[in-house]
Write a protein that binds this ligand. Sequence first.
Ligand SMILES: *Cc1c(COP(=O)(O)O)cnc(C)c1O
Length: 356
Amino acid sequence: MGKKYPCMEVDLKKLTHNVKTILAMCNKKHIEVAAVTKVYCAKKPIVEAILEAGVAMVGDSRILNLKKLKDLNCKKMLLRIPMISEVYDVVRYSDCSLNSEIDTIEQLAKAAKKLNKIHNIILMVDLGDLREGVLINDVVSSVSKIVKLDNIKLIGIGTNVTCYGGVIPDSENLGKLTKLKIEIEKTFDLKLPVISGGNSSSLYMVINDTMPKEINQLRIGEAIVLGRETSFGKPVPNCYDDAFILSGEIVEIKSKPTLPTGTIGMDAFGHIPSFEDKGIRKRAIIALGRQDIRVEGITPLDNDISIFGASSDHLILDVTDSKKQLIVGSIVEFKIDYGCLLKAMTSPYVEKYYNN
Ligand SMILES: *Cc1c(COP(=O)(O)O)cnc(C)c1O
């Protein structure tokens, strides 16, 4: 049977290698890794491959994804602040959730009591990135309310940076977590075993050895899947950046002018397009579009191919300079960035293949 296109080919061996490399680098610094599965919708074959590589905990932002993994033998962490409407499933399908709202934590406590479980939480602290988390000044009062709740166990504090505000983690902002940990442990006479120091943007501090030693957990997604740390976009040493390859099929290939003919109005997305006249070029249309991918996030593996643009389901390439004999039916391959990976893995129109 021939392959279906467009498709995402996932090289599980390369992923396993990346996981092992990142685990080794973190474990050497006594940091546990929660492997984040959301960008690939927690697809089972991929999760199984990363577990095989030795990961003990996975993290996902959606409880639906963790529910899919309920029979896999690993710890499961819910990354997105829970909705009150989902607290029962949060208690059922996650071992630990990241939290920032007392009202929600109270509802989690109620659900845990009904389900006869203890639910672990990590209190998120906003160190300036302005996504989730209580402000530093409100941490102690939040903890004082949490410790009064039955069936809830505060196992640590954590933070998330570089996702919204683009704030880069450093020993100064992560150092504040350390101080808070000490303050909470003293004030409430309890142990906080987990200090969760962020995502792939924190990995550079492991690499250059500047991570405060109290940070003992990272939640890593992009660095595993794309082999990149995300503070500076540098490759993670000894990791693959091509474990995910997107392929599409040519449905039309013709030489045409580069300037449209007629009066230019708006394109399908409400923009008024502009064009550079490059004369007659050989153009290939791929059956792949904005419903499947983030066009700005793809790079053809063939350096001699460039991208003209795309609509919902057509990707238009300039293949004039390609040395390959491209014809209708030929396959073109692309590397992808995080945003494109997210979209392609989520699109039901992109077939997924897992290669061992
Ligand atoms: C998505 C997410 C992560 C993982 O981020 P990467 O940049 O992919 O490593 C970690 N923590 C939280 C709370 C997240 O939402």
